[in-house]
Structure formats: C-alpha cells, structure tokens
Design a protein around this ligand. Structure first.
Ligand code: CO
Length: 148
C-alpha cells in the first residue's frame, strides 16, 4: 500500500474518458488499496482513479465512517436536486456551490467483480455524482454557471 500523487487541474489527463475495468485481479486490488491510503491521507471525501493518473472507471468514497469502492459504475436513477459547496482534491483550496440530484442509484462492481447496487441521498449522492463525473473527464467547475 502506498500514497499516490494526486494530479491537479493543469494536467490535461483529468479531461480524459476512463476505461472500464476488465480484470478483477491483484493489480486492481493494489490500486484500490493505494487509492484508500491516498484518500484517507488527503482527508478527502472521494477519489477517482484518474486523479492518481490511472484511466480506469473506479472511484472510492469515504463519508460518515462509510468507505466503499466503486468499479465500472452506472447511475441508473436520479431524483430531486440539492445545492451545496463542493471541492475537489485536484482543485486544491477552492470550493463552489454546485447543484446535484438529491438521490441517486448506482450499479457497479466490487473489487471481486460482484455486481452491487447502492441508493444514496444528500451528501453521499453528491459525492457519487462528483466522482462519477471524473470518469468522463468532467470536473465540478463545469457545473458552475459563470456570473455575468
Ligand atoms: Co474531484
């Protein structure tokens, strides 16, 4: 297990589309273990693989003493809206108000390749949407409307 370097906004890689995980093997588990260490050390809420320069559809989330690993996610349901402050480990020191769905259901795989479904609300739903966006090269600042 190791801490990996988190890439930041000036790195164009953050804009790339991540690729699905096809092998649920030891190299995946090493990556997931490193992502956990990196997230906990950074005291963040979530971390996508692309933020440690790995183009795979993976993110990890740590909210309210709940930690989980999400591989090849698909958001299958969204409802409501919520608006709140959001930040990103790849955009250090900044926060902005972002509107997100208030409730989401996500289908994904665990580290062993087992299919999972999770329904989340409030802050957890926000975190899932934020991390899921990273897999498509989208950053929270893209949702912030410019003030005219
Ligand atoms: Co982020």
């Amino acid at each position: 297990m190791a801490i990996r370097k988190i890439i930041t906004l000036e790195n164009d890689m953050l804009r790339k589309i991540s690729k699905p995980v096809t092998k649920f093997d030891e190299s995946l588990w090493d990556l997931l273990d490193d992502m956990k260490d990196t997230l906990i050390k950074s005291t963040g809420v979530g971390l996508a693989a692309i933020q440690v320069a790995v183009l795979k559809r993976i993110f990890v989330i740590s909210v309210n003493n709940t930690y989980f690993e999400v591989i090849n996610p698909k958001i299958t349901f969204m409802s409501g809206t919520q608006t709140g402050q959001e930040g990103c480990l790849s955009i250090p020191g900044k926060q902005c108000k972002v509107t997100r769905p208030n409730k989401v259901t996500v289908e994904f795989y665990d580290r062993f390749g087992n299919p999972m479904t999770l329904t989340a609300t409030d802050f957890m739903a926000r975190a899932i949407c934020h991390e899921n966006d990273h897999l498509d090269g989208i950053l929270y600042i893209d949702h912030v409307k410019p003030k005219n």
